[in-house]
Write a protein that binds this ligand. Sequence first.
Ligand code: ZN
Length: 141
Amino acid sequence: MKEKKWVDCPSCGSKGSMLYRKNISETYCNPGYHPITVTGLDGHFCRVCDEGIFTIKSNKKIASSIAEGKALQDSDKIVASSITDVDSVAKTLSVTRQRVHQMMDEGKLSYVYVGKNRFPIKGDEKSIKLLKMRIKKRSHG
Ligand SMILES: [Zn+2]
């Protein structure tokens, strides 16, 4: 994906209103979780309506920070029987362990922290199946 340079606002339609801004902090509220604040973001923002578009890099950071924030919060309430390990998920999906870690980074797979290690959540089987379908599709062309 190539980074688009925003000039006109896609939200309110103002011409030439988009300005590049960096060091932005955003707080995300997810149901059942404490708000998660992500800092150091950049993107193009409209000086008329204040709508903005984050860069691809910032979007990735947001996805990964929210996943990590949820994981840290879940670590307090989740029980051992509801988590699985990276190896089993890798086996289920027929991907490498590295790819499983990558999916956790991208926020595609829910996980929790146990000590310093990350463990995928077992209840996330539905998303695992979805991922499996997507991976299959991709490998078939
Ligand atoms: Zn605007």
